[in-house]
Design a protein around this ligand. Structure first.
Ligand SMILES: *[C@@H]1O[C@H](CO)[C@@H](O)[C@H](O)[C@H]1NC(C)=O
Ligand SMILES: *[C@@H]1O[C@H](CO)[C@@H](O)[C@H](O)[C@H]1NC(C)=O
Ligand SMILES: *[C@@H]1O[C@H](CO)[C@@H](O)[C@H](O)[C@H]1NC(C)=O
Ligand SMILES: *[C@@H]1O[C@H](CO)[C@@H](O)[C@H](O)[C@H]1NC(C)=O
Ligand SMILES: *[C@@H]1O[C@H](CO)[C@@H](O)[C@H](O)[C@H]1NC(C)=O
Ligand SMILES: *[C@@H]1O[C@H](CO)[C@@H](O)[C@H](O)[C@H]1NC(C)=O
Ligand SMILES: *[C@@H]1O[C@H](CO)[C@@H](O)[C@H](O)[C@H]1NC(C)=O
Ligand SMILES: *[C@@H]1O[C@H](CO)[C@@H](O)[C@H](O)[C@H]1NC(C)=O
Ligand SMILES: *[C@@H]1O[C@H](CO)[C@@H](O)[C@H](O)[C@H]1NC(C)=O
Ligand SMILES: *[C@@H]1O[C@H](CO)[C@@H](O)[C@H](O)[C@H]1NC(C)=O
Length: 410
């Protein structure tokens, strides 16, 4: 029993190392080194330099955005200021700038004809068919108002609701001054993992500069004031089509920070996109519009309202980004992967040697030694017993260096 336990221990505490076969062939040698070089280059250039594989990355950016629009417009002989055309007025990261409105004043509850062509009629029967439709400006009563109202043979179905009904087919000119409006954007971000807080303009900017500058990627990259006309030029949109139909524009603020350098180098980049570009060539639901109403009460207590159908440019400020900083764990993991991957060259070279090379058979014979026969013949001399004694026995019986050399085969 005791010798068995002892031999178990001596068997266990051994070190095994692989025996190498050196192939002195130019082709395989060059392939081996080239593949190794490519793998090393891949890790240096792509994994470490481009993908920053040695850094810990924080993608959970926390961000707050505040906006302020400035500018005066002239819409239907009315001077419009910020309170008139920015909805909602809180200065959030999503807001609309109204460029055109169809205003229907003094609407009161009552009965009146429809205005939409869908509700044209000549007899009551045609209106009864449309009962329950919710495409109109009010509830269809089933009466066709013809001759008295239109003096013609065709009229419109009568509705009950806010009267007179809105007619949004009238021509109004959009407020073109929107081109000169400016948007001030204040964006502060934080990378919680590294406790880094940044703002989109440096604290050195002074009052007179901020009041007069407009952002421009070359001359004023850190000016937080954007001109709407410049943004439209960046997304290649014509002022006329977007002010007439409305649209959605995205202002992307991208933060990519390498915190291995000074945190002052962590600066934002701005990109602009037309978010509704997918529907640009659609015939239906083009642009962006919405309705809102203002309510009043006359002295006798009757309620009336002014309905606005507003066409607007909707701005959405989208903040994205990540930060990276050197960290031992990802660095070591990628380094070990790199070293391990260099060994992949061996696999490729083995495939070539064993299958496509001139000396394939010789190489095969050296690489795959068959030992089963020897084990049964002279069990005592074979080193796989594992004890130190057997290693000595090996040294006595062979003066093999442990390395085979197969000659060059030019
Ligand atoms: C507004 O525009 C109209 C013509 O579109 C013009 O007659 C009027 O003078 C303008 N008002 C102001 C204050 O510029
Ligand atoms: C339409 O005109 C006729 C007379 O031509 C009149 O009797 C009728 O009351 C009018 N209807 C309405 C709704 O005004
Ligand atoms: C309808 O006809 C009457 C007289 O026939 C005329 O006074 C009125 O202006 C006409 N209304 C419309 C909208 O044409
Ligand atoms: C609106 O203007 C267009 C051209 O600008 C014209 O073809 C159309 O008839 C006008 N519509 C109305 C109701 O005036
Ligand atoms: C915008 O401003 C420029 C320069 O101040 C001016 O020439 C242009 O007419 C303005 N655009 C509109 C639509 O008012
Ligand atoms: C984050 O940094 C600020 C100073 O920049 C410091 O006052 C605060 O204690 C830090 N918070 C944590 C959790 O380290
Ligand atoms: C404001 O800053 C600008 C450049 O950033 C500088 O040229 C200007 O002199 C400064 N003005 C004041 C009053 O400090
Ligand atoms: C604003 O900037 C323009 C040029 O960009 C300059 O001509 C003008 O004097 C500046 N105004 C103020 C008040 O600084
Ligand atoms: C802008 O749009 C016009 C036509 O809509 C096109 O011809 C032009 O190439 C576009 N420019 C860019 C920079 O995309
Ligand atoms: C060991 O080396 C000697 C001389 O260095 C040589 O004569 C002998 O053949 C070698 N034995 C083997 C097994 O290679």
């Amino acid at each position: 029993m005791a010798p068995k336990v002892l031999s178990f221990f001596t068997d266990f505490f051994v070190y095994e190392t692989a025996k190498s076969v050196v192939v002195k062939s130019w082709t395989v040698g060059i392939i081996n080194r080239v593949v190794q070089l490519l793998i090393i280059l891949y890790f240096i250039c792509w994994v470490f330099m481009h993908e920053k594989g040695h850094q810990l990355r924080d993608t959970g950016i926390e961000s707050a955005v505040m906006t302020k629009v400035k500018g005066l417009g002239n819409f239907s002989n009315r001077v419009m200021d910020v309170a008139d055309y920015v909805v909602p007025s809180q200065g959030a990261s999503v807001f609309s700038v109204i460029t055109k409105m169809v205003i229907t004043a003094n609407q009161m509850q009552g009965r009146c004809p429809e205005t939409d062509n869908k509700f044209k009629c000549s007899t009551d029967a045609q209106c009864i068919e449309k009962l329950g439709s919710h495409l109109g400006n009010g509830i269809i009563t089933g009466t066709c108002l013809n001759n008295n109202v239109t003096n013609g043979t065709t009229g419109w179905c009568e509705i009950e609701g806010w009267c007179p009904a809105e007619d949004d087919k009238i021509n109004v000119t959009a407020m073109k001054e929107v081109e000169n409006f400016t948007i001030f954007i204040k964006n502060s971000i934080r990378f919680p993992q590294f406790n880094v807080t940044r703002g989109n303009f440096p604290s050195s900017i002074n009052h007179s500069y901020i009041q007069n500058c407009t952002n421009d990627p070359v001359n004023n990259p850190f000016c937080p004031v954007f001109k709407v006309g410049d943004i439209l030029r960046h997304v290649n949109q014509s002022l006329d089509s977007i002010t007439d139909n409305g649209g959605e524009i995205g202002i992307n603020i991208n933060w990519k920070c390498n915190l291995d350098y000074d945190v002052e180098n962590c600066k934002p980049k701005y990109f602009f996109t037309r978010l509704d570009a997918a529907f640009e060539h659609n015939t239906v639901s083009k642009g962006y519009n919405f309705r809102f109403a203002k309510y009043y009460q006359s002295e006798d207590g009757t309620e009336y309202r002014t309905l606005h159908k507003a066409f607007a440019i909707r701005f959405e400020i989208i903040v994205s980004g990540n930060a990276g900083k050197f960290n031992a764990v990802p660095f070591l993991i990628n380094l070990v992967t790199a070293f391990t991957s260099v060994g992949l060259a061996t696999v490729l070279c083995d495939i070539i040697l064993l299958n496509f090379h001139k000396g394939a058979d010789e190489y095969k014979a050296k690489k795959f030694e068959e030992v089963s026969g020897i084990v049964s013949e002279s069990r005592n001399n074979i080193p796989y017993q594992g004890s130190q004694a057997s290693i000595k026995a090996l040294e006595k019986t062979t003066n093999d260096s442990g390395t085979f050399s197969i000659g060059r085969q030019e």
